[in-house]
Design a protein around this ligand. Structure first.
Ligand code: ARG
Length: 576
């Protein structure tokens, strides 16, 4: 049920009948205040101007043609020409009945698109750090949202698995194997990388061997390939543990690392040269872009091949976009990458468009996000100033959540407590990130994210269990809700309208890639349910029909909270 779409359609038909052009925008929005109704049509002002009419006069004409019988109980003109729409309670009741009974909360089927979502993208032989956390969490929520709507989603984990550092890493892996006569666990990837780098800087013989291995790896040498693969496998096996712990839907099959595009690079460079887009400049191959100026005001040069023949991160992203269109047949490509890489992406895509590798009909979207900061407003670090390992962060989250839930539930059996603490702890870390507008930097704060009040995971998870407790107390489950919705009280109406806005919310989230909009919606919904629950007794409703109607609202609230949290990748629990 998409009320906004339904009303937009009706209002725009009436506008056209009143003489407005066919492309007129009714601008139907959810009203900010109850006195303005449930929805408002704000488009009269702009259209009246085009028609050379007074907006109120247009609004009056529109009302003559607007048929909302059975849908709205009142329609009125306000201010300079806003149209306020008040939904009919009987109509709301019917919608609640049909949405509750429908699969997928009555969300209409979409025309499926192929959507490639680029997210997580850690680097090989490096620990995933908090900088990859936002990409992983927000990207996975985008995946779940698009899949729920029925799109064909391709997860693309653009792992950093290629580059000159692999010579050094292979040489160091070999050294370790020779010294320890076994495959090392690489349990501390960060230390491994650091040691490899130190050896490379200090030992010229080692450095020479490392440089040789780069060339061999690029030439397809079997030994180097095997060693390289071992490094990728070990890294991704460790990352998989994190993905599983975080209930992130990425798997090994989703790895589409930089190396995948390596064979395309010489062809791309040759093609860009042939098309006159790339030129030789001081030995390197460069694309000069008029769209970007350097500090002297000249077109910015984007290097796509270095003097020594090596390719760059940008060259790979050019090939990658081409591949996603040509081979994966993407209609839309969403990149969840931090905002510092914005210019890099824009340059790569400008070249992609100029070369005609991806048509304009396919959208390439950078869903950028800010940095994760500590409470002091500086990049999030350990007390000693090191980067925080994601696995340590998750351990701490679960540890803190265990204390919290154990305090609240002293009687709870050990294993149930463990599962609960895990859902609350991991949920808190994820939700804290998802609930903030992604474009800004965000402050990581344990106390805020684990609070049982406010827009937090523990609050939302608790709110869900409260709704379920209604059914426990009534001694029934879903099958016991057989009556019809009958919206009478204003709190019932407010809750019903919000419940019926799930589809427009998820549609917006899918379009803009803004999970915080879903969080805000669910938080508001939970608040409306509390108000309803306090003022509209369910178990002591008096008559059976009222009780059934209220149980139905509770049921739809439970379903909506669960489904909404699920599209965010947040676990729900039955009790807490
Ligand atoms: N591996 C990169 C990093 O750690 C992120 C890759 C993002 N995806 C892309 N297509 N460039 O910064």
């Amino acid at each position: 049920m998409n009320i906004q779409a339904l009303l937009s359609e009706k209002v725009s038909q009436a506008m056209i009948a009143a003489g407005a052009p066919a492309d007129c925008e009714p601008q139907v929005r959810q009203s900010a205040k109850v006195q303005f109704g449930d929805y408002q049509a704000n488009g009269m002002m702009a259209v009246a101007k085009r028609l050379g009419m007074a907006p109120r006069q247009l609004a009056e004409e529109v009302l003559k043609h607007l048929d909302l019988s059975g849908i709205a109980s009142k329609v009125e003109i306000a201010g300079p020409g806003f149209i306020n729409l008040f939904l009919d309670r009987q109509w709301l009741s019917q919608q609640v009945d049909s949405v509750t009974a429908a699969p997928r909360l009555g969300v209409a089927a979409v025309t499926p698109q192929t959507i490639v979502i680029d997210y997580s993208a850690p680097n090989v032989a490096k620990e995933m750090h908090v900088g990859h956390v936002r990409s992983t969490i927000i990207g996975d929520a985008a995946v779940r949202t698009q899949e729920f709507l029925g799109h064909n989603v391709i997860r693309a984990n653009h792992v950093g698995d290629w580059g000159t550092q692999f010579g050094m890493l292979i040489a160091f892996l070999e050294k370790q194997q020779n010294e320890h006569h076994e495959d090392i666990a690489l349990s501390d990837l960060e230390a491994f990388y650091r040691e490899a780098k130190r050896t490379y800087d200090e030992d010229p013989v080692f450095a020479e061997r490392a440089r040789g291995y780069v060339v061999k790896l690029q030439g397809g040498d079997e030994y180097c390939r095997t060693m390289w693969k071992k490094l990728v496998d070990i890294t991704m096996a460790q990352n998989q543990i994190i993905y599983d712990r975080m209930n992130v839907t990425l798997g090994r099959k989703d790895v589409m690392g930089e190396s995948l595009y390596n064979d395309m690079l010489p062809g791309i460079v040759a093609d860009l040269k042939a098309k006159g887009l790339a030129v030789e400049s001081e030995g390197a191959t460069v694309v000069f872009l008029d769209e970007y100026k350097n500090k002297d005001g000249d077109p910015m040069g984007v290097i796509i091949q270095k003097k020594d023949g090596g390719y760059l991160y940008t060259t790979t992203d050019i090939a990658c976009a081409k591949y996603r269109f040509e081979t994966l047949h993407a209609d839309r490509v969403l990149y969840y990458i931090d905002s510092r890489q914005h210019q890099h992406l824009m340059q790569a895509w400008t070249i992609v468009r100029k070369a005609g590798y991806v048509p304009e009909s396919v959208s390439l979207e950078h869903h950028a996000f800010g940095m994760m900061l500590g409470k002091d407003g500086k990049p999030f670090k350990t007390r000693a100033g090191g980067t925080i390992k994601l696995s340590d962060l998750l351990d701490e989250a679960v540890e803190r959540a265990t204390k919290l839930v154990a305090e609240k539930n002293p009687e709870m059996p050990e294993d149930e407590l463990k599962t609960l603490a895990n859902s609350v702890g991991i949920g808190a870390v994820k939700y804290a990130d998802l609930s903030k507008s992604r474009t800004t930097d965000y402050i990581f704060d344990w106390d805020n994210m684990l609070a049982f009040e406010g827009n937090t995971a523990p609050y939302m998870q608790y709110a869900y269990t409260r709704v379920l407790s209604v059914f426990r107390k009534a001694g029934i489950d879903e099958s016991g809700v057989t009556g019809k919705a009958r919206i009478e009280d204003e709190r019932e109406a407010a809750l019903a309208v919000r419940l019926l806005q799930f589809e427009e919310t998820i549609t917006q989230v899918a379009r803009e890639g803004t999970p915080h909009v879903m969080c805000a919606y669910l938080y508001d919904l939970a608040g409306l349910f509390s108000g309803f629950y306090e003022h509209c007794p369910i178990l002591t409703a008096g008559d059976e029909a009222t009780q059934q109607s209220r149980l139905k609202l509770a049921l739809l609230t439970a379903k909506t909270l669960k489904q909404g949290l699920d599209t965010l990748g947040i676990d729900t629990v039955e009790r807490m």
